[in-house]
Write a protein that binds this ligand. Structure first.
Ligand code: NAP
Ligand code: MG
Length: 408
């Protein structure tokens, strides 16, 4: 075998939990370490270590990504009372993804891995649809109140320097509910910046949609700020790169998405992104084939799989079963991070390796060697689904066969 490829600078590696932690080690052992002299700055975000460090390790890892520029993350358990008992935890901490997202002020982009033989439910889709979801505010940071009976509901704004502004929400005739939500100009602008940075990287057109005909001030502000960031910060770079931008009403966007052939970035407000990413994921095939990348407005990026720790498979693995858990999205998290590293460091060999590993993974599936989740969807269906170890070895064999598209 040829000498291992070197790396100029490290990527930040965030290890995780359960079945994905098992697959993480497997992917490194069989698909990365034999080929690359892997340089990583390692942080153990496994639940026990987060608990032992009072969650300091999560913030340290996020700051390391900001400093180093590229991170790759395994799926992690979000603690809850059941997990507290299961792992005998000292305390409960917020979801690591929320902590990291807050520190990097980033936007999450989700993109399905498309492969011949697994056809999306929407027959016109030829290319992946990427969803960029704004991750701050709106209904996720709302204030809600149940209204017991008739009375006036008002919005009240008290400026720091004094004074007051009021606006009637409703003169309620009877019991009901009320909700207040907010967003910040700076967060909306950073969302737009992350979207254009991602689109420039991937050479994708950008669509942004909201409901500014009804919500003239709230959604109107989103439309205005998104346009402003485009006009003042990105228009020329986008034009030079052939990246287009257009705004439309959310209703129109949904209709176009379902009739279109894909191949664009759909920038979504928080709630739209939550709902639409599930729609795109399930219509595209399997949750195990969805990749995710967090892009901060400073340009730092963190790659991961969109799925969780595959808890039920882990319990079966602990009992000795060789589960058929699909490592594809974890492999693509690594290739995304290595390709980004290669681009920043100007190391084309590493970039070619990442492309070849992706090609080997796709070819393995297209040639009928796949895990059970895909075997159920594939046409023609394979004779049997492989377990994770067989699948990983099948990818390694194709990678070694050297007949892949890109040479370093
Ligand atoms: P999950 O791990 O995504 O798994 C849900 C189901 O989806 C699995 O039971 C499995 O279905 C299928 N699946 C997901 N990934 C798969 C893969 N790679 N290969 C094959 N099948 C796959 O979600 P969960 O069980 O609801 O959550 C487990 C833990 O993950 C939770 O503690 C949660 O906090 C955490 N989580 C973390 C992240 C993250 O770190 N980004 C995201 C989401 C959830 P079958 O059982 O039918 O085979
Ligand atoms: Mg959702």
């Amino acid at each position: 075998m040829a000498a291992k490829m070197g790396m100029k600078n490290p990527v930040v590696e965030l290890d995780g939990d359960e079945m994905t932690r098992v697959l993480w080690a497997l992917v490194k052992e069989r698909l990365l370490l034999p080929f690359v002299d892997l340089k990583t700055e390692y942080y153990d975000l496994g639940l026990l270590n987060r608990d032992a460090t009072g969650d300091a390790v999560t913030a340290e890892a996020a700051r390391a990504i900001a400093r180093v520029g590229v991170g790759v993350k395994c799926a992690t358990i979000t603690g809850n009372t059941a997990r507290k008992a299961e792992y005998n935890l000292k305390s409960l901490h917020p979801s690591p993804n929320a902590t990291i997202r807050a520190i990097l002020d980033g936007t999450v982009f989700r993109k399905p891995i498309t492969v011949a033989g697994i056809t999306p439910s929407v027959s016109t889709w030829k290319k992946p649809i990427v969803i960029g979801r704004h991750a701050y505010g709106d209904v996720y940071k709302n204030a809600e109140m149940a209204i017991p009976g008739p009375g006036r509901v008002e919005l009240v704004y008290t400026p720091r320097e004094g004074g007051e502004r009021r606006q009637l929400v409703a003169d309620m005739a009877g019991p009901g509910v009320v909700q207040g939500m907010h967003n910040l100009d700076e967060s909306i602008k950073n969302f737009a910046r992350s979207c254009f940075l991602y689109a420039l990287d991937e050479k994708l057109p950008v669509w942004f949609a909201a409901k500014d005909t009804i919500s003239k001030i709230y959604d109107g502000r989103f439309k205005e700020l998104f346009n402003q960031v485009y006009e003042t910060e990105f228009k020329e770079t986008c034009a030079a790169a052939g990246v287009s931008y257009f705004y439309t009403l959310i209703d129109d966007a949904v209709a176009r998405v379902v009739k279109g052939e894909g191949g664009f970035l759909w920038a979504c407000k928080n709630y739209d992104g939550d709902v639409m990413s599930d729609m795109v994921a399930s219509a595209s095939g399997s949750l195990a084939m969805m990749t995710s990348v967090l892009v901060s407005p400073s340009g730092a990026v963190e790659y991961e799989a969109a799925h969780g720790t595959v808890q039920q498979h882990y319990y079966r693995w602990q009992k000795g079963e060789r589960t058929s858990t699909n490592p594809a999205a974890l492999i693509f998290a690594w290739t995304g991070a290595l390709a980004k590293r290669a681009e920043l460091d100007d190391t084309p060999d590493l970039g070619a390796f990442a492309k070849n590993l992706e090609a080997a993974t796709l070819r393995t599936i297209e040639e009928g060697d796949m895990t059970g989740d895909l075997a159920r969807l594939a046409s023609p269906a394979p004779v049997r689904g492989l377990d994770s170890w067989e699948f990983t070895d099948a990818v390694a064999q194709r990678l070694l066969s050297g007949s892949l598209p890109v040479s370093g």
